[in-house]
Ligand binder design. Structure first.
Ligand code: URA
Length: 432
């Protein structure tokens, strides 16, 4: 049998590892039989040499095998799921879940918490008093059967090796590998039991993927992994240069999701939700083509049924749904600080990363996993790219605990907006 250093050497020289060898590496890492420094060296070899498709599949399988796997087959329905590679102001799941469930599809999702400048669905949902995200698998299944939508935090041990490997990639400069990224994301989706998934692959300054080429490569690979493992995958590439919608911050985003379910959401959020809903519904077991899916999703919003499903879902997970009719029922930040335009002109740019970092500094996100979140903190944008603003007009309102906390980020928020004389050409939101 080849030694671990022999496996590293083979990959370093551009060779190929068998499924058994990859399983030995990952299994050995988890059981402490292979030291972390050898896995780090192997990751760097993979970073430079890449993985063939069969090696990527073997890595995906090894990550899945490191933990539990949810079996949702007893539902007798195709469970659809959505994954976003993360962005700023991304509250799409909060609208999409009840929307596709109102159409009759079954939407089950294990979600993460926010980390760094990107938000997490679980933190957003926990802005709602009483809402439970720790859901055991039996409850997950029964809620899907009864309500058609459930979004839970990870209570079961899904692909734990991915968590360890990702942390190691983070400190060894090996994050940017298409094969490692695709295996990481797909292992969690497959372990969570979904049978069809729409991947919202975000591209731009505020996203994990900064350029389209890289996003495209990973999206293609994820589709291939899905095809090989019986999971229907539809990647949709969407722009994340500016935040999505106008609200950034947990309870502010929940309120914007409600507005969107009432048919009054911001145009960019509505466009992304419509595109993802159409893709998700056409992958579901309803047998709809994409045009019918698009029409039905629209009908559910216009007729109020998507909002009713949202209420049913919140109550099913123990949440107090009164904020739907009375927004004051959600905790609000005590201080609001306006940020004004320094000149008159068009908003030519709005930096999603800068806004995400400002929200993070206000406490809306966390830098380390153990950090506490301030659910009420965040930023409401009053203008987006292409809008005309007068000098002194409100560009944004900072929602914060204290005036000092708001003033500490005000300059960063203001400089996230580039205001100039010419109106920029509209940028596409759905890239592919
Ligand atoms: N998101 C993940 O879950 N894994 C990666 O490797 C990159 C982004």
């Amino acid at each position: 049998m080849t030694s671990t250093s022999g496996l590293i050497e083979r990959k370093r020289n551009g060779g190929r590892l068998s499924s058994e060898e990859i399983q030995l590496l990952i299994g050995g890492y988890m059981s402490d039989d292979v030291p972390e420094y050898q896995i780090a060296a192997w990751l760097m070899a993979v970073y430079f040499r890449g993985l063939m498709l069969d090696e990527t599949l073997a890595l995906t399988d090894a990550l899945i095998a490191s933990g539990d796997r949810l079996d949702l087959s007893s539902l007798g329905r195709r469970v659809v799921d959505k994954h976003s590679t993360g962005g700023v102001g991304d509250k799409v799941s909060l609208v999409l879940g009840p929307l596709v469930a109102a159409c009759g599809a079954v939407f089950g999702k294990m979600s993460g918490r926010s980390l760094g400048h990107t938000g997490g669905t679980v933190d957003k949902m926990e802005s709602i008093a009483g809402f439970k995200t720790e859901i055991e698998p039996d409850h997950f299944l029964s809620q899907l059967r009864r309500v058609g939508v459930c979004i839970a935090g990870q209570t079961v041990n899904l692909a734990p090796a991915d968590g360890c490997l990702y942390a190691l990639r983070d400190v060894t400069a090996t994050i940017e590998s298409n094969a490692l990224t695709a295996a990481s994301i797909m292992s969690k989706k497959i372990a969570a039991g979904a049978q069809a998934v729409v991947l919202d692959v975000k591209v731009g300054r505020g996203a994990f993927f900064k350029n389209r080429g890289q996003a495209h490569g990973v999206a293609h690979l994820m589709r291939e992994i899905g095809a090989a493992r019986g999971l229907k995958v539809a990647p949709v590439m969407t722009a994340m240069d500016q935040p999505l919608g106008c609200a950034v911050g947990n309870s502010l985003e929940v309120l914007e999701a409600v507005k969107t379910l009432r048919g009054k959401g911001p145009a960019d959020l509505v466009t992304v939700v419509a595109e993802l809903a159409a893709n998700l519904l056409s992958l579901s077991d309803l047998g709809w083509d994409i045009n019918k899916a698009r029409l039905e999703a629209r009908r559910m919003i216009d007729g109020g049924l998507a909002l009713e499903k949202f209420r049913e879902w919140i109550e099913a997970q123990g949440g107090d749904a009164s904020f739907i009719d009375n927004p004051q029922a959600l905790e609000a930040a005590p201080v609001r600080l306006p940020v004004r335009a320094g000149s008159t002109g068009y908003v030519g740019d709005l930096d999603a990363l800068a806004i995400g970092e400002a929200a993070l500094a206000l406490g809306a996100g966390r830098l380390r996993r153990e950090d506490k979140i301030d659910h009420a903190a965040g930023i409401i944008l009053g203008a987006k790219i292409g809008d005309f603003v007068e000098q002194d007009q409100e560009l944004a309102v900072i929602h914060c605990r204290s005036r000092a906390a708001g003033e500490a980020v005000a300059a960063r928020v203001q400089s996230a907006f580039a205001v100039d004389g010419r109106q920029a050409a509209p940028r596409p939101l759905i890239l592919e």
